[in-house]
Design a protein around this ligand. Structure first.
Ligand SMILES: Cc1ncc(COP(=O)(O)O)c(C=O)c1O
Length: 383
């Protein structure tokens, strides 16, 4: 009797609401005949966010996705032409493309060796070496930044800071400080709406300006200098649809439960894999004054590039999907050569050579967990 190969263990499985859960919201949408353009469901979602952030609704706006949210925030900041925006070299490409598409120059900085993020200390150092106009740190893999520290940096330097908190909904809060945050509500994120984004900002007028730019730049305010219906700026169409808001509202109603189960899964997996690897795996350190509330990924750092390659190979043989997250690094992307300025990023390079994304999704079966544990033990010599 031939034993068939086991099914591949996927890297991620989206945790999206079911059609049954969506139906009441879709019925509501259809009854109003309002499908986009800041309809009732988008406004309800925004009101729910405003309550959670304890901010006036005018200080946040939904957008079609985080990439456009970042672009529009950068545009709304009125930075000087050719402005240099400091970003980490270790991030998803959208952080860099947002800067370029807003007409600015990304400056690629190093990251901290423990939390894998661009920190205020790294930003201060970069500012001493070259002129920087704004800073765009990333809440890497959803790890929140300490906002008091970043606000202190803003006050000290006068530079605007925008946190690319794409993966950090539910983990990244303002923590009583002033600040600007951009979240993604993509299917793979902790609050999935299919596609979507959320901009939160205490900077006066910023969220309203982003909202206007997300609606082509059309003025809708009778008290403004330009007539209602006229362009107040060169915007784009980055509005969230009512369909996406419906998904976001269902996801929000279940967020706490989903976050708890993700935390429990992360705790179980990191404990089991650390033991399997005889303590040779390193995990991302918690950020400052805040913790990761709803992990969406599992990323292990191996002792060296060779062990990473061995683990990758053993995973492929055991039909376990893996991902070299954020590889190649931004510093190695050909399209960015000549368009971005590169600072020394040796810690980001080390990280890129030793990090491996492993499967992480709710309801991972015991057999799947055991299979991952076994290959980690073999790769790291724990057995
Ligand atoms: C760090 C970072 N920034 C931006 C984005 C883009 O988000 P969106 O897909 O909502 O445009 C992502 C998406 O994964 C991300 O990881």
């Amino acid at each position: 009797m031939s034993t068939s190969a086991p099914e591949w263990i996927p890297l991620l499985v989206p945790d999206m609401p079911s059609p049954e859960e969506l139906l009441p919201w879709l019925r509501r949408m259809h009854a109003t005949h309002h499908y986009s353009n800041f309809g009732p469901l988008v406004r309800e979602l925004e009101a729910a966010f405003a309550r959670r952030f304890a901010l006036p609704q005018a200080q946040l706006t939904t957008v079609a996705n985080a990439t456009q949210g970042l672009e529009l925030v950068l545009q709304a900041l009125d930075l000087p032409a050719g402005a240099r925006v400091l970003i980490p070299a270790f991030t998803f490409v959208a952080t860099a493309t947002a800067v370029l598409r807003a007409g600015f120059t990304p400056v690629l900085a190093d990251v901290d060796a423990h939390c894998w993020m661009l920190t205020p200390a790294i930003a201060r150092d970069a500012c001493q070496h070259m002129h920087i106009d704004a800073v765009l740190p990333v809440a890497t893999f959803g790890m929140p930044h300490g906002m008091l520290e970043w606000h202190q940096f803003e006050k000290e330097t006068g530079l605007p800071v925008v946190i690319d908190a794409a993966a950090a909904y539910g983990s990244q809060w303002l923590q009583g400080a002033e600040g600007t945050l951009v979240f993604s509500l993509h299917t793979t994120k902790s609050l999935p709406a299919g596609e979507g984004g959320l901009v939160v900002s205490t900077r006066p007028g910023l969220a309203a300006k982003v909202r206007q730019l997300s609606n082509f730049g059309i003025n809708l305010d009778p008290a403004a200098d330009v007539p209602v219906g006229a362009l107040a700026g060169v915007g784009t169409n980055a509005k969230m649809s009512e369909y996406h808001a419906a998904i976001g509202l269902v996801s929000l109603s279940k967020w706490e439960l989903s976050a708890q189960s993700r935390q429990a899964l992360q705790c179980d997996l990191t404990t089991a894999l650390s033991a399997a690897a005889n303590g040779r795996l390193v995990w991302q350190a918690q950020g400052c004054d805040a913790s990761l509330m709803a992990p969406t990924l599992l990323c292990a750092r191996l002792p060296d590039a060779q062990t990473r390659a061995t683990l990758e190979r053993l995973c492929a043989e055991a039909r376990i999907m893996t991902r070299r997250w954020y590889q190649p690094l931004l510093t190695g992307m050909q399209v960015l050569q000549g368009r971005a300025i590169e600072l020394n990023a040796h810690r980001a390079i080390d990280l890129g050579e030793t990090l491996l994304g492993l499967p992480f999704f709710p309801d991972m079966a015991l057999e799947q967990r055991q299979r991952i544990q076994d290959v980690v033990a073999r790769a790291c010599g724990g057995q």
